[in-house]
Design a protein around this ligand. Structure first.
Ligand code: 3HC
Length: 287
């Protein structure tokens, strides 16, 4: 059963893709019991493999004792049905960035989970207030936006919906703190802070490539060597996932209408061809 709102002990994560498995990993590493949910057991198996690999990197870096990886993995329970999430105190939605899919899922979760269970969405661009309404518990809902790769990036954006209760925000802030993350609070506006600034940059780099202004390597080198970015915008788009970039741009462009957010044809063609970046082995670069 879900616990009273004062304490988050177990966390459900819906969606075992890049972001969902990253969130499950950092929550388990912080000591939470994690229920990782996906429709397909193959996706869950693949996610656990990726989490193990990532934990090996963290373990080397932080010089963790032998047995640590097994302990962390032991706190993650894969579940293939949403009913398996009813004993979580907090459920984080991290499914594909599609408004219809997220709305449907949150309606189901809202009907299924005990009334006191907190719900959060890892959406990068879809309005939190609209998602909160779908969940039927807008007071106990907020946006909790992680960054890729989740085990490495220290930021979480905390986005209140119009009706989020202060207690919900405090609990989520404390949860993020326990994960070792820093939060920034931000109004429910398209792209929040980071993507509002980052997506036009990624889009601009894709447009430069599409227009033939420069080769991919040159565009990326210009930004790593000329602006001290840790990786170039095209490589970063590959890391984020070109489908995710496209959906985020479409969603922000629909609301803001800015030309800098309009996806160029090249991005659409790559997504149509299934070249989605690192996760499919091919995007602007081969992996
Ligand atoms: N799991 C665990 N550890 C990882 C990791 C992972 N998945 N990926 C990288 N690391 C660790 C490595 O172990 C390494 O540790 P070390 O320095 O102690 O050896 C460290 O991170 C650096 O990794 P690498 O040496 O492999 O490579 P880089 O130095 O190039 O760093 C990077 C990789 C951390 C990804 C860096 O290039 C970077 O910060 N890039 C920008 C990432 C970014 O901007 N993310 C935000 C994307 S936007 C987003 O997510 C929002 C969404 O809504 C779209």
């Amino acid at each position: 059963m879900g616990r009273p709102s004062k304490e988050i002990g177990s966390v459900g994560v819906v969606g075992a893709g890049t972001m969902g498995s990253g969130i499950a990993q950092v929550a388990a590493a912080a000591g939470y019991e994690v229920l990782l949910s996906d429709q397909s057991s193959q996706a869950l198996e693949a996610a656990l493999g990726k989490i193990r690999h990532s934990l090996e990197r963290v373990s080397r870096k932080e010089d963790r004792p032998s047995g640590w990886i097994g302990e962390v993995l032991g706190r993650i329970r894969p579940v293939t049905d949403l009913e398996g999430l009813t004993r979580a105190d907090l459920v984080i939605e991290a499914v594909f960035e599609d408004r219809g899919a997220k709305t449907l899922l949150l309606e189901r979760l809202g009907g299924l989970l005990p009334a006191e269970t907190l719900l959060a969405s890892n959406t990068s661009t879809i309005p939190i207030t609209a998602l909160a309404a779908s969940s039927g518990r807008p007071g106990r809902f907020a946006g909790l936006h992680f960054f890729n790769p989740v085990p490495v990036m220290p930021l979480v954006e905390l986005i209140p919906g119009l009706l989020s209760e202060e207690e919900t925000l405090d609990l989520l802030e404390e949860f993020a703190r326990r994960l070792g993350k820093e939060t920034v609070r931000c109004k429910d506006r398209p792209g929040f802070i980071a993507n509002r600034l980052l997506l036009p940059l990624l889009n601009g780099a894709i447009r430069l490539l599409d227009e033939g202004t420069a080769e991919a390597e040159a565009i990326d080198r210009a930004m790593t060597l000329g602006a001290a970015h840790p990786m170039g915008p095209l490589r970063l788009a590959d890391l984020v996932g070109l489908d995710v970039v496209l959906h985020a741009l479409e969603s922000m462009h629909a609301e803001l209408g800015e030309a800098a957010l309009k996806p160029p044809p090249l991005l659409r063609r790559l997504v149509e061809a299934g070249r989605l970046g690192c996760k499919t082995g091919m995007g602007f670069y081969a992996y």
